[in-house]
Design a protein around this ligand. Structure first.
Ligand SMILES: Cc1cc2nc3c(=O)[nH]c(=O)nc-3n(C[C@H](O)[C@H](O)[C@H](O)COP(=O)(O)OP(=O)(O)OC[C@H]3O[C@@H](n4cnc5c(N)ncnc54)[C@H](O)[C@@H]3O)c2cc1C
Length: 463
């Protein structure tokens, strides 16, 4: 008889651990099964290389929800720092403050280009594309064609590996929500006043954020420790390979595989999944409808790798990160971890930078040997002028599969189909269902529905 829990949770990222923590506080027995043998935190983990800490992207802790902010305080309390935000855009040899300061941007662009930008902005406002469907149409409506080409197009296409005309306007509306040329100008001109209501904050424009002093992984390690103290289990190196609803026991049987091939089963009244939806859909038994299966297979993800470089401190820049819009290099963003928290480096004589490359698992960048990626990163950071390659003493490559769900034209339809399949099935079927029945089978309920929404609510940092 497998061990029995109130909930079996797949994945020890922020979602899985938060669920486990909240349930443990209610004294519900839980087990979290995490595929990674070493790190909790998922995409929000912090990788430790010889005492240098690397964030997978930079993780700003900012939420419009007071409840979420309070939860972070409860977990990491005094380890949370309040950090100033500083970021810029690099484009054709120039650095532009981001969020854009319109007058600085216009002066760097020069009189002629500035006039063109203003004219194209006016044109877009007078004659906007009605009901914009694509990212390009949405941004051009907000900023005009020329500013779109300079400040949005190249970076966005590096991030997604597809044209701005193929990216859904939903993503732009969500990530750049509330930001327009008007709000950027207002932000640049008026002294920043703290909005009374957090929900009114334009996330892209926030100028301070919280950050655990040893990186985001510190939050999730603290959360894991709390779950264990409350009696919950967090098991590492357990890859969930199957989720089967047993109607006789009215419970989920979750199968996990260890690296040595050993298989274990866990019984849960509930199953909470934070694994990629595509994997979850393929694992649920009895199987979801064939439409839902097809929708699951059609979901696409964008992968991501960071080349971490350890550099003798040269003090060439103090930004937290710099967006690299320049088309002459492949790197998309450069992180400066010491600016996120001074404790990310073990020795103040060094800096650690993260050069972020967006790719698809299996493509040329993803499969390049580490030495080649390190050489590419050294060449590109010198080309941009952020470090002298001669001062780079060491480096490490960190790969992150399925970093972002791809917001193509069809994603919303696929998610709706999967959600629909989950919603039409009864929670506790009165009799044993057929193994491959299309109807009347149990399926993902509230927790999984939440995961669908959550997985599709984030994307890369704004342009
Ligand atoms: C570059 C980048 C920058 C970001 N910056 C920010 C930011 O500034 N602020 C912010 O709030 N958010 C940011 N995010 C988003 C944030 O990282 C995610 O929203 C968050 O990590 C999602 O948490 P999760 O638990 O849902 O999933 P994940 O973090 O993906 O965790 C899922 C976990 O499940 C495990 N898993 C997967 N499949 C299985 C399986 N079959 N069996 C067992 N375990 C499994 C994985 O190993 C992982 O540990 C950023 C993301 C990226 C990619």
């Amino acid at each position: 008889m497998p061990p029995t829990f109130k909930a079996v949770i797949a994945g020890a990222g922020p979602a899985g651990l938060t669920a486990a923590y909240e349930l443990s506080k209610q004294k519900a027995p839980v087990v979290v099964l995490e595929g990674d043998p070493e790190y909790v935190g998922g995409i929000s983990r912090t990788v430790n290389y010889k005492g240098f800490r690397f964030d997978i992207g930079g993780h700003r802790f900012f939420s419009k929800s007071r409840e979420v902010e309070d939860l972070w305080t409860e977990i990491a309390g005094p380890d949370m720092l309040n950090r100033p935000r500083s970021s810029r855009i690099y484009y054709r040899g120039q650095f532009y403050t981001y969020p854009l300061k319109p007058f600085e941007a216009l002066s760097k662009l020069g009189l002629l280009e500035s006039a063109r930008c203003m004219a194209s902005f006016a044109k877009a406002r007078l004659n906007p594309t009605p009901n914009p469907r694509t990212f390009q149409d949405w941004v051009v409506n907000q900023f005009g064609e020329r500013l779109f080409r300079i400040f949005f197009k190249t970076y966005t296409e590096k991030v997604w590996g597809m044209k701005c005309t193929e990216i859904s306007a939903d993503w732009a509306a969500q990530r750049i929500k509330g930001l327009s040329l008007g709000s950027a100008i207002k932000h640049a001109l008026l002294p920043s006043r703290r909005p009374k209501d957090r929900t009114q904050v334009v996330k892209t424009l926030i100028d301070t954020f919280r950050y655990p002093r040893l990186g985001p992984g510190m939050m999730w390690e603290a959360c894991t420790a709390k779950i264990r103290r409350l009696g919950g289990q967090v098991l590492m190196g357990r890859t969930v390979t199957g989720c089967r609803f047993d109607s006789d026991r009215n419970a989920w049987i979750v199968t996990a595989r260890e690296a040595n091939g050993r298989i274990e089963e866990f019984l849960g009244e509930h199953m909470i999944s934070s694994m990629p939806i595509r994997e979850l859909v393929a694992q649920i038994e009895p199987g979801l409808s064939s439409e839902a299966q097809l929708a699951g297979k059609s979901l696409r993800y964008r992968d991501f790798l960071t080349v971490g470089l350890i550099v003798h401190a040269e003090g060439r820049f103090s930004d937290n990160w710099i967006y690299i819009h320049d088309p002459s290099v492949q790197v998309g963003r450069v992180q400066n971890y010491k600016s996120w928290s001074p404790e990310m480096v073990p020795d103040p004589a060094f800096c650690s930078y993260g050069l972020e490359y967006f790719c698809f698992e299996g493509d040329g960048l993803w499969t390049s040997p580490d030495e080649q990626l390190l050489a590419l990163a050294k060449k590109e950071i010198q080309q941009i002028g952020l470090a002298n390659a001669a001062n780079i003493v060491d480096g490490v490559v960190i790969r992150q599969k399925k970093a972002y769900p791809v917001y193509d034209d069809a994603y919303q339809q696929h998610v709706d189909t999967i959600r629909g399949a989950g919603e039409t099935v009864p929670h506790a079927p009165p009799r044993r269902p057929q193994r491959h029945a299309q109807v009347q089978q149990p399926g993902p309920r509230h927790d999984d529905r939440h995961a669908h929404r959550k997985k599709y609510s984030r994307g890369p940092a704004p342009i």
